[in-house]
Design a protein. Structure first.
Length: 322
């Protein structure tokens, strides 16, 4: 049985999927991996590229489903996975040779539910590579998921990239953790922070070997649109629902996540024309998250955020932005 199940959704990534797959094949420990590629309705040559590669390597398999978005594709991959650990990879990115090996040894040797690592931003031509600063990676001790969540909030680390971590598959199954198929953007924010609320042991690996490719036509590089704001609000509503089943400690930790997510949402709203802002401010207040925020205040900064959000939401981001 495979030790690591690598799940890769595909949607019109063309030549990039070839480079992505080659980086997996060249990885240390490739032989102990199964690679599950989920085609999410590609119309270019991505599928043909994968089929040729899968014909050479028996541990690479392609599955095709209707175009239902990245959350659905990743969930299908999780259902098919048989490995002890699960790793998600985007099809237009690529890995350094020892990246998976470092994550695997950290999660296996420390008996963790999750392990976090860093990543680098790479240009389309792969020439310009810049590591993304993550202060939490300088603290490699093992801690609980809530401990980790609180610590990274203290350090201002708001990275939520599902491909910068590895999960123990049984941990995901036992806690019924999967991607929300109604969310098409920021689905990582939901899964990662929900997982942190339940994880008993996690650790960090100070490596930046995941190369996140900046593409001009990428879904997340096209500038802020109203769809982004709607998806942000949808995530807040999901968190509110989740809060109902959490204990007090978990609710308090989740509230700190909400403060960060609200700041991001209000930044996006602030970019819009004035006649569109009011409607989104109204929608945001209707998420009914004030009670969660009130219980999660840990200092003066969060008191300020809470009061402004409650009484003058339009001023929130302008006054508390970093």
């Amino acid at each position: 049985m495979a030790e690591i199940s690598i799940i890769i959704p595909i949607y019109n990534t063309g030549k990039y999927i070839r480079e992505c797959l080659q980086s997996v094949i060249d990885s240390v420990g490739f032989d102990m991996c199964e690679v599950i590629l989920i085609d999410d309705g590609s119309t270019d040559d991505s599928v043909e590229i994968v089929k040729k590669t899968a014909g050479v390597y028996p541990n690479i398999a392609l599955y095709q489903f209707a175009n239902a978005g990245p959350s659905s594709a990743r969930n299908h991959g999780m259902e098919l996975a048989a490995g002890k650990y699960i790793y998600f990879l985007d099809s237009d990115d690529y890995l350094e040779r020892d990246y998976l090996d470092k994550l695997y040894h950290a999660i296996e040797e420390n008996q963790c539910d999750m392990v976090f690592a860093g990543f680098s931003k790479a240009s389309e031509d792969r020439f310009a590579i810049q590591p993304v600063s993550r202060p939490i990676l300088n603290e490699t001790q093992i801690m609980s998921g809530i401990g980790y969540l609180n610590r990274r909030m203290d350090l201002g680390d708001w990275e939520n990239r599902v491909w910068s971590m590895m999960f123990r598959r049984d941990f995901l199954l036992e806690n019924h953790l999967c991607f929300d198929t109604e969310v098409f953007l920021y689905e990582d924010v939901l899964l990662i922070n929900q997982a942190l609320l339940y994880a008993k042991r996690i650790c960090s690996v100070p490596t930046y070997g995941y190369q996140y490719r900046f593409r001009k036509e990428s879904l997340v590089q096209g500038g802020v649109k109203e769809k982004d704001i709607e998806e942000c609000i949808k995530v807040l509503q999901c968190f509110r629902t989740l809060c109902l089943e959490l204990n007090q400690q978990q609710q308090k930790a989740l509230g700190r996540v909400l403060f960060e997510h609200i700041s991001m949402t209000l930044y996006y709203i602030g970019i819009l024309k004035p006649d569109r802002k009011k409607e989104y401010y109204r929608q945001l207040q209707q998420t009914e998250i004030l009670r969660i925020l009130r219980k999660s205040i840990t200092g003066k900064r969060e008191w300020m955020k809470y009061l402004i959000f409650r009484y003058a939401i339009g001023m929130y981001y302008m006054l508390v932005k970093k």
